[in-house]
Design a protein around this ligand. Structure first.
Ligand SMILES: *Cc1c(COP(=O)(O)O)cnc(C)c1O
Length: 374
């Protein structure tokens, strides 16, 4: 065996040992939060398609029309020939939706975070992240070369302590957090964080991947990024900010400059979805009502978003629970380290406006039995 494969096998054995190996499962997503795996038909509580818009006829039609008009791929970086009309239209609508001067669409949310922080901070600067920040915020922070530190999850006093101790020694300071945390479903105390940031002349970047279209109240940060792949049911990422910041990133965000533009169909689909989000607020209300019904039935803290964690603890136990639910027809994926901290493996239950109330009740009843809550 080559030393390369020996290395890979040894690493895989370690992952197996710790129940941390990940595998791809062929899955066909269907309308109404359906999913098919082999012969099995499941109701998915694992998609981030919180409003069911990935299968909405108007969203699908918009994508089809854009493919017919502009082709399947962008054909180049947006700075060369890949800046198709649906992208600018989407940027104008995102900026209007968020109330910012401008917006910039990236290839994905991950790419957006990989480009934003390094374009705004570098050596001599300070980047402070909530300890539960998404992997791509960490990646952007590390890539920037700035000093990086974490504050305790949603702990404004801890953030204040670090700012008092370190802010003065650094030129610029960027604070990174999420409106809704991806694996916990809870919300950041943004009013307090923005107030603190202003007193320390720090800039705040909020990752709104799980907020857009679901929970939109509360203050806005000067930098708001997110994804087109969750409640908008499409693919791609964005930053909403001032004109000057968007213009700077257009020239300096490496994950924008040196990569192919988003396919026009993805932008057109997201734009159609944003229309529906704005015209039909009852969709997000329904998703939140379903999530709250679930937490009430299980005696969990009231859902603050479309995401509800059911903490299990060890990775193996979370996997077993997920397998058990799949036998009952529910697709609820187990989330394990390193996505979440060790000892906090969980079921991450994601709700969609496409779910039926009875299905949510059935899931809650089954989870109650399997976790000894019944
Ligand atoms: C999903 C997610 C991203 C990445 O977005 P993609 O468009 O899927 O790359 C970024 N941040 C958070 C918090 C996310 O949950």
């Amino acid at each position: 065996m080559s030393s390369l494969d020996t290395f890979a096998h040894a690493k895989l054995a370690g992952l197996d040992e710790a129940a941390l190996r990940r595998r791809l499962v062929p899955t066909t997503r269907e309308a109404a939060a359906g999913a098919a795996r082999g012969e099995r038909r499941l109701v998915s509580f694992s998609c981030n398609d919180y409003l069911g818009l990935s299968h909405h006829p108007r969203v699908i039609a918009a994508a089809q029309e854009a493919v017919a008009a502009y082709g399947a791929g962008a054909g180049g970086s947006r700075l060369v020939t890949g800046n198709h009309p649906p992208l600018a239209a989407l940027e104008a609508r995102l900026a209007a939706h968020k109330g910012t001067e401008a917006a910039l669409v990236f290839g994905s949310g991950y790419l957006a975070n990989l480009g934003i922080t390094p374009a705004l901070a570098g050596r001599g600067d300070l980047v402070l992240l909530d300890e539960l920040s998404h992997a791509c915020m960490w990646a952007g922070a590390r890539l920037s070369g700035a000093r990086t530190a974490t504050f305790r999850h949603n702990d404004v006093a801890d953030l204040a302590r670090i700012l008092d101790a370190e802010r003065a020694a650094h030129r610029h300071c960027l604070i990174l957090t999420e409106r809704v945390f991806s694996m916990d479903g809870d919300r950041a105390p943004l009013g307090d964080i923005l107030g603190l940031a202003e007193r320390h002349d720090a800039w705040t970047l909020v990752d709104d991947a799980h907020g857009l279209g679901i929970v939109e109240d509360g203050p806005r940060a000067p930098l708001e990024m997110g994804t087109l792949s969750k409640s908008l049911g499409s693919y791609g990422g964005y930053l909403c900010a001032s004109r000057a910041v968007v213009d700077l990133l257009t020239s300096r965000a490496r994950s924008f400059v040196y990569t192919t533009g988003l396919p026009p169909a993805s932008a057109a689909a997201a734009l159609a979805a944003l229309d529906i989000v704005e015209a039909e607020p009852e969709r997000s209300a329904r998703t939140l009502a379903l999530a709250r019904r679930f937490t009430a039935r299980l005696g969990l803290p009231e859902a603050e978003s479309a995401v509800v964690p059911v903490l299990v603890g060890e990775a193996e136990a979370a996997l077993a629970l997920s397998r058990e639910l799949e036998r009952d027809g529910f697709l609820v994926v187990a989330i394990r380290p390193p996505t979440v901290p060790p000892g906090t493996a969980r079921l991450r239950v994601a709700f969609s406006a496409a779910h039926a109330f009875e299905t949510v009740d059935a899931l809650a009843a089954r989870v109650a039995v399997l976790t000894g809550r019944a």
